[in-house]
Structures are given as structure tokens and as C-alpha cells.
Write a protein that binds this ligand. Structure first.
Ligand code: IPE
Ligand code: IPE
Ligand code: MG
Length: 248
């Protein structure tokens, strides 16, 4: 049976989050510069999005650029921004054709104006698409997201819209960038690193983590299927015992 056939479509994760890592090392292995790695990484964004759409995954969140990534060499940062700009322009048609809604999470205010404009247009043009939400984490930091949520809630308290007794997990969830999006059930990180690097700290509280040594530009459809099959073989206990899960 192929890996794809092993996937139980009735038990798909609704939301998959991916830390796309290893572009630089992939490029170095072939004696090329880091941007070459990022350019090839974009191809895997496309194949992974299409594979998720085809399977019926409802939300796909991709970590494309962290707030910490701003501290990389200026040439790499500008190369990444240019690549982002070109990719959004070139792929809008594909998003529309595949009924994919583009969303962005992160601190948009620090992205180059041209990139923000292109992103806003693509987000607006795809806003009514229904098949899958493709969520790009750009200039994203989980700690910053939670800090912002706290500030928003304090402002609501000051305005008298929220009382202390209303402060609960749902209120915090609803003040994150990801408000309205269910938490990811599966987190994938490529390139052999086993850390969360400030990604979706609140939302990943009960996700299954899947690590693979494959570098992101080598993450083909089969790698995605492998991750989903492993996810489906895990027992998600949420604090309970196995026996409780069997008897319900
Ligand atoms: C991931 O690949 C892409 C971004 C963080 C933008 P890296 O650029 O981190 O590649 P490595 O980890 O240096 O190999
Ligand atoms: C995390 O990758 C951010 C993205 C994939 C966009 P990094 O390669 O920047 O992570 P660290 O700093 O090595 O943990
Ligand atoms: Mg890296």
C-alpha cells in the first residue's frame, strides 16, 4: 500500500503547522548560496499546499519568517523579501484556482511596504475562498503574539468592555493573530532541529510534534504523507489514560 493510501481520510488533522527549516544547509550541500535554498524551498510550499488541499486538510500554517530572522545578514533578508514579493505575485492565480484563502499572521508593520501591499491584495482577493486556509507566519513571534493579546485585553478592560471575571483561555485565544482558527493537531519541523523557535507557543499546547531530518527543499509530497501516517498512529490522550480513551 502506498503511503498516501495508508492515510485515513476520516482522521485527517484539520490544521497542520510547518516550520520550514534547512534551506541554507540544503544550498550549502550543493555549493550554492542561501537564497538558492530559499528559492527551492518555495517549490515545496507549492507542492505541500496542493497536497494538503487535495487531501482535505482545512488549515495549513507555514512559518516563513520569524522576528528573529530580521537579524540575519541584510542581503539574505532583502533576498527573502524579494522572493516573497515575487511568489505572492506569481501564485495568486494558483490560490484562486485551488480555492485557497491566503491569510497572514505576524507583525506586518515592519515588512517592506511593497510586500505588505502585495500581501493585502492577495489576502483580499482570496478572502472568499473556502477549500483551505493557507496561513503565512511572517515576521512572526509567539511571545510577541501573546504579549499583544495581553495588551489588547488590558485596553478592553480599561474601556469597560471586559471585566476581570471574563478573562479566560477563550478570551486569550480570541485575541491572538489566529483568532477563529482551530489549534494545529500536527506540527512538522524539517532539517533535524528539534525546537519550536518561538512558533505558535499558545496554539501548539497539545499538538503532535513530528521531526524529520529532510531539509525543507527536499520535503516532497511523500514526506507529508509520512508525517500524517505517523500522526494517525499516535494516541492523543489529553491527560487521560489509554483505557479511558477506549471506553470513552
Ligand atoms: C528556513 O531555512 C527558512 C527561513 C528561516 C527563512 P534556513 O534559512 O533557516 O536554513 P538553515 O537552517 O540555515 O539550513
Ligand atoms: C525558524 O527557523 C523560522 C522559520 C522557519 C521561518 P530558524 O532556522 O530561523 O530557527 P532557529 O533560529 O535555528 O531555531
Ligand atoms: Mg534554520
Amino acid at each position: 500500500m502506498s503511503l498516501k493510501e495508508q492515510i485515513d481520510l476520516t482522521k485527517l488533522p484539520k490544521h497542520i503547522a510547518i516550520i520550514m527549516d534547512g534551506n541554507g544547509r540544503w544550498a550549502r550541500q550543493q555549493g550554492r548560496n542561501r537564497i538558492f535554498g530559499h528559492t527551492n524551498g518555495v517549490k515545496c510550499v507549492k507542492t505541500t499546499s496542493e497536497a494538503c488541499t487535495e487531501l482535505g486538510v482545512r488549515y495549513l500554517t507555514l512559518y516563513a519568517f520569524s522576528t528573529e530572522n530580521w537579524y540575519r545578514p541584510a542581503a539574505e533578508v532583502s533576498g527573502l523579501m524579494l522572493l516573497l514579493l515575487k511568489t505572492i505575485k506569481a501564485e495568486l492565480k494558483t490560490l484562486l484556482k485551488n480555492d485557497i484563502r491566503l491569510r497572514v499572521i505576524g507583525d506586518m508593520s515592519v515588512l517592506p511596504k511593497g510586500v505588505v501591499k502585495e500581501l493585502n491584495e492577495a489576502v483580499a482577493n482570496t478572502a472568499n475562498n473556502k477549500r483551505m486556509d493557507l496561513i503565512l507566519a511572517l515576521s512572526y513571534s509567539g511571545k510577541q503574539e501573546i504579549t499583544n493579546a495581553v495588551k489588547k485585553i488590558v485596553a478592553q478592560v480599561k474601556e469597560g468592555k471586559v471585566e476581570e471575571k471574563d478573562i479566560n483561555e477563550d478570551l486569550i485565544t480570541n485575541n491572538l493573530y489566529t483568532a477563529g482558527i482551530p489549534d494545529p493537531e500536527l506540527l512538522i519541523r524539517t532539517s533535524g532541529e528539534q525546537r519550536v523557535s518561538n512558533f505558535l507557543l499558545w496554539q501548539l499546547a497539545y499538538a503532535e510534534y513530528y521531526f524529520t531530518d529532510v531539509f525543507w527543499p527536499d520535503f516532497k509530497q511523500e514526506e507529508l504523507y509520512k508525517a500524517i501516517v505517523e500522526y494517525q498512529n499516535r494516541e492523543r490522550r489529553f491527560g487521560k489514560t489509554s483505557e479511558q480513551l477506549v471506553t470513552k
